[in-house]
Write a protein that binds this ligand. Structure first.
Ligand code: NAD
Ligand code: USQ
Length: 382
């Protein structure tokens, strides 16, 4: 199939582009490379040394014989997006191209406005370009489990049947997002749902949990193909951050009590979930929602697992509870459904000590790249 991967230079997008290309799909990446500029703004970096997009794509061509086309530009620029879609005529549009850090979106007014404009306008442009140029193209949009928040009832996959005053309806599941970033995803979901109904767009919203790891079979083929790995307090995410903290001998930074429970998945499962969505398109006019994670953990559970693995490798690692910079529940009920991708064939790669150990080995290899000042959180929600 002809597939566009928007955000294909990023943490999820790069391994996905390689994986889809390996399966024989005709892949084109769109990326504005802005994620690398946010590193400059924050004086931060990827733990791993990432090659330029051109160098990565050339190396992949050399190794696999498959050419991934690249379009450097911003999907907020409609003329640019139109031109790419006109040339590519995609059958599937995989949309990762957003500002995805909750702390970044909470820095100040400018960062909140930027995040929401970048994400909401970008997605609107994608919807309009599909309507205008490729109305049968399947939009596969990365949403987030954080759209639901932490309600005191089970979380369903997108919709919940409600009975009210004797009548029943299947309604969108209530959303209680916890940051300006997570709010942008909710706004996207509403816009997508409306255009599915109004214009007959076919769309899958993948409410992804927190992704850990970095390697896939493809990114491991050559150091030039290595994926980015974020550890700083703005873009680094819970499990990956703890593993890198263990590698540099930093206390593991559990925010507050650490009872915050979330859905997690390995990056190897992210790429497979995208393939499953591509191979099983939504119907015309259907707004389909899948919860994309494989296991639930509390933050404290993860920190303890990392500590055990690190201790077995002879590293002395402590778990510390630091003041929570976010406004969120630290003890709450959490039980989210995630059967739809499994029913379509996802075989989850579960988190084990061996998996943590293998990510820790990568972190130990590159630990000298860590800028230690970037590890403790500086952005607060209040
Ligand atoms: P990332 O920041 O590593 O990658 C995003 C890429 O999109 C970057 O390369 C960036 O340059 C590009 N981009 C951003 N705005 C753009 C624009 N307007 N035009 C063109 N390119 C643009 O993020 P990621 O971790 O790969 O996340 C990808 C998607 O998956 C995001 O939508 C994110 O919300 C979602 N997601 C990520 C996680 C996670 O744990 N990483 C979890 C759930 C959902
Ligand atoms: N946390 C800590 N210590 C840390 C970092 C985080 O205790 O050092 C806690 C946070 O307080 C929070 C939880 O861990 O309770 C998750 O935080 P995170 O930074 O790992 O993840 P989050 O901000 O939710 O965002 C990440 C991605 C985002 C994606 C989301 C999926 O950056 O793009 O949408 O995970 S989800 O959480 O399911 O919404």
């Amino acid at each position: 199939m002809k597939i566009i991967v928007a955000g294909g230079d990023g943490f999820c997008g790069w391994p996905t582009a390689l994986y889809l290309s390996k399966q024989g799909h005709d892949v084109a990446i769109i990326d504005s490379i802005i994620r690398r500029k946010w590193d400059d703004e924050l004086r931060s970096n990827s733990l791993t040394p990432i090659a330029s997009l051109e160098a990565r794509v050339d190396k992949w061509d050399e190794i696999s014989g498959n050419r991934i086309k690249t379009y450097i530009g911003d999907i907020n620029h409609y003329d640019f997006l139109q031109e790419v879609v006109r040339q590519e005529q995609p059958e599937a549009f995989v949309h990762f191209a957003e500002q995805r850090s909750a702390p970044y979106s909470m820095i100040d007014r400018e960062h909140a406005v930027f995040t929401q404009v970048n994400n909401v306008v970008g997605t609107l442009n994608v919807l309009y370009v599909i309507k205008e140029l490729v109305p049968d193209c399947h939009l596969i949009k990365l949403g987030t489990m954080g759209e639901y928040g932490t309600p005191n009832i089970d979380i369903e996959e997108g919709y919940i049947e409600i009975e009210h005053n004797g009548r029943k309806d299947l309604l969108p599941y209530p959303k209680q997002p916890g940051s300006m970033y997570h709010l942008s995803k909710v706004h996207d979901s509403h816009n997508i749902m409306f255009t599915c109904k109004a214009w007959g767009i076919r769309a899958t919203d993948l409410n992804q949990g927190i992704v850990y790891g970095l390697h896939t079979d493809e990114t491991q083929l050559d150091e030039m193909l290595i994926n980015r790995l974020d550890y700083d307090s703005v873009f680094g995410t819970a499990l990956n951050r703890f593993i890198i903290q263990a590698a540099i001998g930093h206390d593991l930074t559990v925010y507050g009590k650490g009872g915050q429970t979330r859905g997690f998945l390995n990056i190897k499962d992210t790429v497979r979930c995208i393939e499953i969505a591509v191979e099983n398109p939504a119907d015309k006019g259907e707004f389909r929602v899948f919860n994309q994670f494989t296991e639930e953990f509390s933050v404290l559970e993860l920190a303890k697992m990392v500590k055990n693995v690190a201790n077995k490798k002879g590293l002395s690692t402590n778990v510390s509870h630091i003041d929570n910079p976010r406004v969120e529940l630290e003890n709450h009920y959490y039980n989210a459904m995630h059967t739809k991708l499994r029913n379509l064939g996802l075989e989850a790669q579960l988190l084990t000590d061996e998996v943590i150990g293998s990510i820790l080995d990568v972190a130990l290899k590159y630990k000298d790249h860590v800028i230690v000042n970037n590890v403790l959180p500086t952005v607060t929600w209040k």
